[in-house]
Design a protein around this ligand. Structure first.
Ligand code: GSH
Length: 201
């Protein structure tokens, strides 16, 4: 069965490139850039949103990084995906939390830096930076109890949340007050699969 993943590593596609590297399956990487290449008719046939990442795995075509990652882990990396429904619910909880509580805020800042750099809305940036400690405190307190989000082992929940948070570096958010978060990030970011995904371009 042929597996193809679309997207460049310096984008949100890193999340799914990291996940597919964790599975160890064979796949084809099509380094689709998010400006022009994601708007071709051919690519729009894969992801009608014109965004990266996207995955084609045999008969299945998927967009949305979190959905792709949950599918990849459940199908090809069961060690990263708990079978117990209560733990699976926590995987879903943290994955949704990452995009709704962290990504939403950090994107407010990134949009200003990347798209409006000559006319930045400083107030929007300040408000987002001031709002970030609230979810980060929740994460920090949770990680005081265990090395990873679901306990002692790295799971797709850790990958999904920490991959979202790769962008915190770009906005130079100071994590000094969130020691458990920084230590957990270091554990997650030391994984070989992430390094391989980052090297894909
Ligand atoms: N919610 C989507 C967001 C994907 C997304 O917005 N990707 C950006 C690159 S970081 C993109 O393709 N942008 C092109 C565009 O918005 O036209 C996901 O997580 O997969």
């Amino acid at each position: 069965m042929a597996t193809t993943i679309y997207g460049v590593s310096r984008s949100r596609a890193i999340r799914s490139l990291w996940a597919i590297e964790e599975t160890g399956i064979e796949y084809t990487h099509v380094p689709t850039h998010f400006f022009k290449e994601s708007k071709t008719d051919e690519y729009l046939g894969v992801n009608p949103n014109g965004r990266i990442p996207a995955l084609v795995d045999g008969d299945i075509t998927l967009f949305e990084s979190m959905a792709i990652n949950l599918y990849l882990a459940r199908t090809y990396a069961p060690e990263l995906y708990p079978s117990d429904p209560a733990l699976e619910a926590q995987v879903n909880q943290w994955s949704v939390w990452g995009i709704s509580e962290i990504e939403f805020l950090q994107m407010q800042v990134i949009i200003q830096i990347m798209l409006h750099k000559d006319n930045m809305n400083q107030r929007a940036m300040d408000e987002a930076m001031e709002a970030l400690p609230r979810p980060l405190r929740v994460l920090d307190e949770h990680l005081a109890r265990s090395d990873y989000l679901l306990g002692e082992n790295f799971t797709i929940a850790d990958l999904n949340v920490s991959a979202v948070m790769l962008l915190l570096d770009m906005i130079k958010f100071d994590l000094t007050d969130f020691k458990n978060v920084s230590e957990w990030q270091a554990r997650c970011y030391a994984r070989d699969a992430l390094k391989k995904a980052q090297a894909l371009g």
